[in-house]
Design a protein around this ligand. Structure first.
Ligand SMILES: Nc1nc2c(ncn2[C@@H]2O[C@H](COP(=O)(O)OP(=O)(O)O)[C@@H](O)[C@H]2O)c(=O)[nH]1
Ligand SMILES: [Mg+2]
Length: 199
C-alpha cells in the first residue's frame, strides 16, 4: 500500500472525548519508549507527524491521525499512551488503564491493535497482560518487535525466540521493524490493507 498523505487530527485526554470518525482505526500500544510514535512516523513517511521522545512516559493522550484521507483506502492511526512508567505516579497509571481499556473495548471503528515490543527486552508483565486482555476480548492484534537495527542478526534471532516463547506466540506471528531503516514498513501496511479489504 502507498501512503499518499497523513495528518494529525486531534489529541484526546479522556474517554468522553474519544472520536468516532466512521473510518477504520488501527491503534499502537506498548510500554513507554518502545517506539510507537516513531513507527507511526515511519509507516506514514513523515518524521514530524507523531512526537517522539527520549524521555519516556510523557504522552498521556490518545493522538489521532488520518492516513490517505479522502482516498478509497483511508484509515486512522491512534497513538496510545505508553504503559509501565512509574515516575508519572499511581494516579497516572490508574487513569491510563481506564482510558486504554475503555478505548479498546468501546471504539467501534477499531480494526486492529499493534502491540509494540522493543526487541532488546524481555516482554514485561504489562505486555503479557495486554496480550491476554486482547485475546480474552477477541480484539485482533499483531505483535511488532521494534528497533531491530539495534541488534546483530544472531542476537535478534535469539531474542525473537525468547520473546515468542514468553508470549506463547509462534515466530510467524510477530513482525519485525526498524523506524531507523524503515525495515518492516510494507509488512505492517499490508496487514492494514488486508484488514481494510477483508472486513
Ligand atoms: N535505533 C532506533 N531507535 C528508535 C527506533 N524506534 C524508536 N527509537 C527511539 O526510541 C525512543 C523512543 O521512541 P518513541 O517513538 O518516542 O517511543 P514511544 O514512547 O513508544 O512513542 C526515541 O529516542 C526514538 O528515536 C528504531 O526503530 N530504531
Ligand atoms: Mg510516543
Amino acid at each position: 500500500m502507498i501512503v499518499k498523505n497523513a495528518e494529525f487530527i486531534k489529541s484526546v485526554s479522556n474517554f468522553g472525548n474519544i472520536l468516532d470518525l466512521s473510518c477504520p482505526e488501527f491503534a499502537f500500544v506498548g510500554r513507554s519508549n518502545c517506539g510507537k510514535s516513531s513507527l507511526i512516523n515511519m509507516i506514514t513517511g513523515n518524521k514530524k507527524l507523531a512526537k517522539t521522545s527520549q524521555t519516556p512516559g510523557l504522552t498521556k493522550l490518545l493522538n489521532y491521525f488520518y492516513v490517505n484521507k479522502k482516498q478509497a483506502n483511508q484509515f486512522v492511526l491512534v497513538d496510545l499512551p505508553g504503559y509501565g512508567f512509574s515516575k508519572a505516579g499511581k494516579n497516572y497509571n490508574q487513569s491510563w488503564n481506564e482510558l486504554i481499556e475503555k478505548y479498546l473495548l468501546n471504539s467501534k471503528n477499531l480494526k486492529r491493535i499493534f502491540v509494540l515490543i522493543d526487541c532488546r527486552h524481555e516482554p514485561s508483565q504489562l505486555d503479557k497482560m495486554m496480550i491476554e486482555f486482547l485475546y480474552y476480548n477477541q480484539i485482533p492484534f499483531t505483535v511488532v518487535l521494534t528497533k531491530t537495527d539495534k541488534l546483530s542478526k544472531s542476537k535478534l534471532n535469539n531474542n525473537i525466540d525468547m520473546i515468542c516463547s514468553s508470549l506463547k506466540l509462534g515466530r510467524g506471528n510477530v513482525l519485525k521493524s526498524s523506524s531507523e531503516t524503515s525495515f518492516g514498513k510494507q509488512e505492517i501496511l499490508s496487514v492494514i490493507e488486508n484488514d481494510l479489504t477483508c472486513n
